[in-house]
Design a protein around this ligand. Structure first.
Ligand SMILES: C[S@@+](CC[C@H](N)C(=O)[O-])C[C@H]1O[C@@H](n2cnc3c(N)ncnc32)[C@H](O)[C@@H]1O
Length: 228
């Protein structure tokens, strides 16, 4: 027993001692998530950690492309893994909600959240429609995270526009691979899944790697989009 203050101090010290036994990257993750958690968005803690860990394991100098940043919840998880290793995140968003969210302007909140998390220098925001950006994109991509429009045609267009730039062995992930977003689920089942190796899921995030010698395999939904 002791005073309430002594009890609080003891419990804080034991939390610090417990944290010191964790690996440095786990401590880093816990610190960043405590700042990301209040950011409005739909990403779960497990999905955020998956993005952080996947970005952390990329080689120095790697390029990460995110389509759909909104207020920066996923962007901050990705960018926190870029500190001190020359990786960067290209955050593509119209910042107006797109075709399936209520009209909004999320750019001010996005910028403010990146600053609060101390990651703004690892992120290059690209305020534009993804399909427009894809037309002139020419940078190799090591991790592609697609969480923009959830409409079938638009999510396929995002994939078709950026997948050719993903390096062999590069990682591709989609958010909302479940029945709450039928457009994403249909595109994943019919078209995306069969392009990847090592498919896995983390909550509502589906992911896989681009094969080293990839040649496009067309599902029902793809032939129209690829003009085949
Ligand atoms: C579901 S939110 C992204 C959530 C974000 N990843 C997070 O963790 O909070 C979808 C975002 O995609 C953007 N968007 C939708 N369609 C787009 C398009 N064609 N080009 C660029 N951005 C788009 C919207 O403006 C919106 O901010």
């Amino acid at each position: 027993m002791g005073t309430p203050l002594a009890t609080r101090v003891r419990s804080k010290l034991s939390r610090i001692a417990r944290d010191l036994t964790l690996p440095a990257h786990e401590r880093k993750w816990r610190r960043i998530w405590s700042r990301v958690e209040p950011i409005q968005g739909w990403l779960s803690v497990g999905e955020g950690k998956w993005l952080f860990e996947t970005a952390r394991l990329l080689p120095p100098g790697a390029n990460i492309v995110e389509i759909g940043s909104f207020q920066g919840r996923s962007t901050c998880c990705l960018a926190a893994a870029c500190r001190g290793n020359d990786k960067r995140v290209f955050a593509i968003d119209t910042f107006d909600g797109g075709s399936d969210l209520p009209m909004c302007n999320s750019f001010a909140a996005f910028s403010e959240n990146l600053k609060r998390c101390g990651v703004e220098s690892y992120v290059e925001p690209i305020k534009c429609r993804s399909t427009q950006v894809a037309k002139t994109w020419n940078t190799p991509i090591h991790l592609l995270f697609i969480d923009g429009s959830h409409l079938y045609e638009e999510v396929v267009a995002d994939f078709v526009g950026f997948f050719p730039h993903v390096i062999g062995g590069g990682m591709v992930a989609f958010h909302d691979v479940d029945e709450t977003k039928p457009g994403v689920l249909k595109a994943w089942n019919e078209f995306f899944m069969n392009q990847f190796m090592g498919i896995g899921y983390c909550d509502r995030l589906g992911y896989g790697r681009k094969p080293e010698n990839h040649s496009p395999r067309l599902g029902d939904g793809s032939s129209k989009q690829l003009g085949a």
